[in-house]
Design a protein around this ligand. Structure first.
Ligand code: T1G
Length: 713
């Protein structure tokens, strides 16, 4: 018993408290502390029962993922093993009641299930999210959970990885009581009841009535594997976890645990687990800005105001209302305002229909959004965000007006996706209060916010933007103010390379299929059609100055633009669209491509899916390396988070920069050199990539070294 785990006694009940901030992970020392506390509690004649509870904000949030990271990298003491502590808990001679608040996730729920009884506060979250890390539960969770909640519910919880709240856990039989009010008091009261009644020490490992029968369960496994393939495309662990649960229903407990262990070890040694564990920590690291201390004071955003009720403005207004922030939503004309509000209402109605929240919640959120045609009330706003048409002149005019209205400590933000933040800020008297908040469509859904730091943006404003992103349930990534910032700057060469590939012989659907099979949420031509070929054409014009002789630019996009084929919005772009907006390969586009290539004298050839992936992904990686060496992103891991949370890059590949490390930077760089020889200057390897490749280094190592440099700077 040490400060990680301590033991006291309340009203004849031994109370064991786990204190391993921030989330009571099962780090080394915690299981040992638990065993010592159980030994003492068992011997204590004044204690009739035992309650195990988490100190601070949560019960146990799982195994220590840092330990898993080491195990996945083949370092440390190998994959953690918890059989000992679980058996110790279950075989305790006094009733053990688990008292849950905050989260009981992964190993946390597995420890809870080794107890004889479980109680929880109403908003406690309980689940097995291991598949999000590319692994399966490895502490007997796949064996105990089906014994408590049945095979079907266990499959769903483990394949989805989504936690459930206490009331649902009670319905499923995962917990025995929901405690309103003080958890410790309620848990001690419950434990005393159990001891007084002499209720049995229910050992989960010995339960079997919910395991069903082989032929009943067979369809559950089929459905579970379908769910895994459908919702977790190309991922190993969600399929494997069904195998482990099947073992629970067909093998004795100990043998089932062995099967689980085999699968757990197989998963943790996979590239997918390494990539997803990287993504877990990368997402948490983005909020750490070297020159902005954790306790930097921030501006309190109590009221927001948004200019523009279009797709982006409307989505951002919903994100604010969803987080309980009242928002003024301004448009220039009534029709546009009505359209914007109608879209917001429709989106909320769809969510109510899907049971995501109640009509009452919808009404509350709608009530927080105030549509208007004037700047009335803007002088009170703590944050004003401009989401108007993508034109520098218009944005500068708006910021000039805001400069006269906004209060001094109001954060002025622009949702521009490509334009120069410093130039926009230059029309205000307080450029230090100006920042870029680049949301992604649909802004009420997409998790990413690129926080664009201008050269005058003050540190408290950057810290405020990070805090706001967290409050909106988003992932805020701080980036520098270069053209296209990070995400779009890497997207442009990716789009260009895809278009060059179709002029050389591939088809849009072949490229998209290869990217989809690689794991991208959507192929690049489908993305282009969704965003609008007219928008892509306009952005292309803005980048014309970058084009140099010898750098071949694709030709077909311009043709489609001049034909009015703008994509989904016109029913035709790279694809033709049916009434359900389903993309249909279009022979007319094939003909345009072939004719254009012929006229430009571009030789056509068979192009393999491998070449498609290499050219589309390596060009991104190369641009990412340039962004790093130019200092527009703090970490390669930040670039990964941007692509994982904003551009549909597959989590199990860890993001473009982590993927490059997985392939090997020398291989990536050498392939880029080959493309340089074949396709010209677009493929000039980034100096940083060249250097790291020659040194046999990785972007992850560069991050670690850079982090150190920034820390000592
Ligand atoms: N291990 C180590 N560190 C953890 C951790 C964990 N399990 N969970 C969180 N942290 C750190 C995190 O890196 C951050 O650190 C700080 O805690 C706050 O986290 C055997 C093998 C619990 C819902 O997958 O989902 O058990 O950045 O910023 O938004 O079968 O953290 O401050 O230095 O996310 O309030 C299963 C993972 C593990 C849960 C809280 N468990 N954690 O969210 O805070 S696998 C999980 C979360 C397992 C067993 C298997 C969330 C949270 P820093 P945060 P938050």
């Amino acid at each position: 018993m040490d400060q990680l785990v301590n033991l006291t006694t309340h009203d004849g009940v031994a109370v064991i408290v786990i204190n391993n901030p921030p989330v009571n992970a099962l780090s080394p020392g915690v299981p040992e502390g638990l065993v010592a506390a159980l030994d003492a509690a068992e011997k204590d004649p004044s204690a009739d029962a035992i309650v195990i509870i988490g100190g601070g904000r949560t019960f146990i949030a799982g195994a220590d993922i840092k330990e898993l990271e080491l195990a996945a990298a083949g370092r440390g003491s190998g994959p953690p093993e918890f059989h000992g502590i679980l058996a110790r808990i279950e075989n305790t001679a006094k009733p053990v009641v688990m008292a849950i608040h905050g989260t009981a996730l992964g190993g946390g729920n597995e420890v809870a299930m080794a107890g004889h009884y479980r109680v929880a506060v109403p908003d406690a979250q309980i689940g097995q999210p291991e598949v999000n890390l590319g692994i399966i539960p490895g502490a007997e969770g796949t064996q105990r959970l089906p014994r408590l909640v049945g095979v079907a519910a266990a499959v769903d919880l483990c394949v989805s990885g989504k936690p459930i709240r206490a009331p649902e856990a009670l319905k499923l039989g995962l917990i025995d009581r929901v405690i309103e009010g003080d958890l410790l008091k309620g848990a001690v009261h419950f434990a005393r009841e159990i001891a007084k009644e002499g209720a049995p020490l229910r050992k989960t490992s010995e339960l079997s009535e919910k395991l069903g029968s082989e032929w009943v369960d067979a369809s559950i496994y089929v459905a579970g594997r379908d769910q895994a393939r459908r919702t977790r495309r190309n991922m190993l662990a969600p399929l494997k976890v069904v195998d482990a649960i099947e073992a629970a229903a067909t093998l004795p407990f100990e043998e089932g645990c062995k099967k689980e262990r085999e699968i757990f070890v197989e998963c943790i040694q996979s590239d997918q687990a390494r990539a997803l564990i990287h993504a877990f920590f990368a997402e948490r690291a983005v909020a750490k800005i070297p020159d902005i201390p954790k306790d930097m004071p921030v501006y309190n955003i109590r009221e927001a105001a948004i200019i523009g009720a279009g797709t982006m403005g409307g989505g951002i207004a919903m994100a604010c209302a969803n987080a309980g922030i009242p928002v003024l939503l301004k448009e220039v004309e009534q029709a546009a305002l009505d359209r914007g509000m109608a879209t917001i209402r429709r989106n909320y109605e769809n969510s109510v229909k899907k049971g995501r929240f109640s009509q009452e919640v919808m009404d509350q959120r709608m009530a927080l959004i105030h549509p208007q045609l004037t700047y009335e009330g803007f002088e009170r706003a703590d944050l004003i965000l401009e989401a108007a048409f993508e034109s520098m002149d218009l944005k500068k005019r708006i910021f000039g007006e805001l400069d006269k209205i906004a209060k001094l400590d109001c954060v002025l933000a622009t949702n521009t996706s490509t334009l120069d933040i410093d130039e926009i800020a230059s029309v205000t008297g307080i450029p230090r209060m100006v920042i870029g908040l680049h949301f992604f469509s649909p802004a009420n859904v997409m998790r990413l916010v690129e926080i664009v730091r201008g050269k005058a943006t003050s540190k408290p404003v950057v810290a405020t933007a990070l805090a706001l992103a967290k409050k909106l349930g988003k992932v805020g990534v701080v980036v520098g103010n270069c053209r296209g910032f990070v995400g779009n700057r890497m997207m442009l060469p990716y789009m260009r390379e895809a278009q060059l590939l179709v002029e050389e012989g591939a088809t849009p659907e072949q490229v998209d299929r290869a990217l989809y099979n690689f794991g991208m949420a959507m192929g690049i031509f489908a993305v282009d059609d969704m965003g609008g070929i007219d928008l892509a054409y306009r952005v292309r014009q803005e980048y014309k100055h970058l084009e140099k002789p010898g750098m071949r630019m694709p030709l077909v996009l311009e043709k489609l633009f001049h034909m009015g084929r703008y994509g989904q919005k016109t029913g035709a772009g790279w694809y033709r669209y049916d009434e359900n907006r389903k993309p249909i390969p279009d022979p007319e586009v094939h003909a345009i491509i072939e004719k254009t290539a012929h006229e430009a004298g571009i030789p056509r050839r068979h192009i393999s899916d491998d070449e498609i992936i290499e050219r589309c992904i390596y060009i991104m990686i190369n641009e990412g390396a340039k962004i790093l060496e130019e200092g527009y992103a703090l970490r390669a891991a930040d670039i990964d988070v941007i692509y994982l949370t904003g551009y549909g890059f597959p989590g199990y590949r860890g993001g473009p920069m982590w993927y490059a490390d997985t392939v090997g930077l020398k291989r990536v760089r050498d392939r880029i050199r080959e493309f340089r020889a074949q396709h010209g200057e677009w493929w000039e390897p980034a100096p940083l990539l060249d250097k790291l490749a020659d040194q046999g280094q990785t972007f992850a190592a560069w991050d670690a070294a850079h982090e150190h440099e920034m820390a000592v700077a």
